[in-house]
Design a protein around this ligand. Structure first.
Ligand code: GRF
Length: 204
């Protein structure tokens, strides 16, 4: 009996996957991911990390009883303490969902092919340092693009540069304003991001 329980426990802990989400803003993607995995027996969002103490995403985390960690630049770039934190929460996979800081090399290496970012355009277009939020959609509009989309990619130590895992497109009409494009993009992100994460976790 005892052995069975121990064995079962080991088996379960081997199978179970734990996600950390980094987000600094509203966290609408983080929320969708949390909702998607809420009743999943094998996957748990177990930590939400933010560099902003007043980010709304932290309220969402608390409402869902998910532990949070607020980091500053010194902690993130001058120490590797976050790895101890990740170890404590058994983190297997990291999701960047609206996190603007460049990820330091020690973290990229620790989570090689186990860390993804979502970008609100079809990379390699409209990516790189300074290309985030409405800036992306304004650039898409200014260029007169007839389509844009989302990119989910593995994270390396350059902005928006890792291997692309998934892209989805939407049309842009001449009357669309950057705000309209932002809405279309959010809808695409919410529809696809949790499912892509779930698929990737099957390979981790
Ligand atoms: C998303 O559009 C994502 O592509 C980008 O940051 C935004 C975050 O939005 N990386 P939200 O906070 O999840 O609503």
């Amino acid at each position: 009996m005892f052995l069975t329980t121990v064995f079962k426990g080991l088996y379960l802990s081997n199978m179970h996957r734990y996600i950390a989400i980094f987000a600094s803003g509203t966290g609408s993607n983080a929320k969708k991911i949390v909702e998607h995995f809420k009743h999943n027996q094998d996957i748990t969002v177990s930590l939400i990390v933010s560099n902003k103490a007043d980010a709304p995403v932290l309220d969402m985390a608390r409402e869902n009883d998910i532990p949070t960690l607020v980091i500053d630049r010194t902690y993130f770039y001058q120490t590797e303490n976050i790895l101890f934190f990740f170890n404590k929460f058994s983190i297997d996979f990291v999701v960047l969902a609206g996190f603007l800081w460049l990820v330091p090399r020690y973290l990229v290496q620790a989570f090689e092919n186990r860390m993804v970012n979502i970008h609100p355009a079809l990379l390699p277009k409209y990516g790189g340092k300074g290309m985030y939020g409405m800036r992306v959609h304004e650039a898409v509009k200014k260029a007169g693009e007839t389509e844009t989309g989302i990119t989910i990619h593995f994270v390396n130590d350059h902005y928006d540069d890792g291997d692309i895992v998934f892209q989805a497109k939407c049309s842009v009409s001449p009357s669309d304003q950057p705000e309209d494009i932002a809405q279309k993009i959010h809808r695409l992100e919410h529809r696809h991001f949790p499912e892509v994460i779930e698929k990737l976790l099957q390979k981790v």
